[in-house]
Ligand binder design. Sequence first.
Ligand code: NAD
Length: 309
Amino acid sequence: MVNKITVVGAGNVGATTAQRVAEKELARTVVMVDVAEGIPQGKGLDQLQSGPIEGFDSRIIGSNGYDESKNSDIVIITAGIARKPGMSRDDLLNTNAGIVKQVAEQVKATSPNAIIIVVSNPLDVMCYVAMKASGFPRERVIGMAGVLDTARYRAFLAEAMDVSIKDIQAMVLGGHGDTMVPLISYTSVSGIPVTQLLAKDKLDAIVDRTRNGGAEIVKHLKTGSAYYAPSAGAVQMAEAIVNDQKRILPCAVWLTGEYGMKDLFLGVPAKLGRKGMEKVIEVELTKDERAALEKSAEAVREPMRAVKM
Ligand SMILES: NC(=O)c1ccc[n+]([C@@H]2O[C@H](COP(=O)([O-])OP(=O)(O)OC[C@H]3O[C@@H](n4cnc5c(N)ncnc54)[C@H](O)[C@@H]3O)[C@@H](O)[C@H]2O)c1
């Protein structure tokens, strides 16, 4: 375990993330920071009291400021507003850019060596805001989206084929939006290419459902967006870093020429270890996949240009 992990935002994603971090004992101290008075303190205390039942020794502290979060090893940013029905992730742009900028400046001042995992939407642009406002190198600012999108894709595939999710290997790349790129050519079931097990029309329908996976949940919930799978995604990334696992996970990473692109955050396979984002893995793409990735990059660049840093 590391000494301290801070989760900024004690809302649905943030509080669930903090609880998961504590249950896995990834940090000795878990700090939840939120501007809402009493919320992080109350939820933190409640979570702390689940420790004796769940059997974890991590301490959980809720706060409205950053003093308690000083010198965190990892900071997970979930602060911001979430989507309501009919909203796209880009509709959150200006409000969340202001929030994430202010949060990243606080992180820089209080935890200058932390690794930041960004969750707030629109994800790829918020990563850019966090990197600019913190001044941290790209190795220490990583976005969570691909892990979630891939989990949705894997869950739908397992359901359709009636097989264990454990046997499905897959990767969803690109921006965290409708233009995301599920890679069919890298999807397999215990090494068997998925195209041998599932008809094309079924596969296409799953790809489509994955792209709209977040909106499907927003439509049901009406008052907010998904948080169980998103928090699980953020914690999987934190776990890979804490335990130096060198896992290859799809993450939003600042590209510096990989995949022929630079100066934007985009979902690509990356190796996560104790230093953060340790390597971007470049894989071969089909012509269609490459075109889809470029289209997705354009969908990220547009709101990125609109945000003033
Ligand atoms: N990357 C992904 O895959 C993914 C998945 C799900 C949700 N999200 C995003 O995560 C964010 C949080 O979602 P949620 O469902 O937890 O929302 P929520 O409304 O439940 O919680 C957000 C919390 O942020 C707090 N907050 C606002 N401004 C703050 C500030 N300046 N400092 C600290 N805290 C602040 C609010 O008080 C609130 O408690 C949203 O932007 C949502 O779109 C991303």
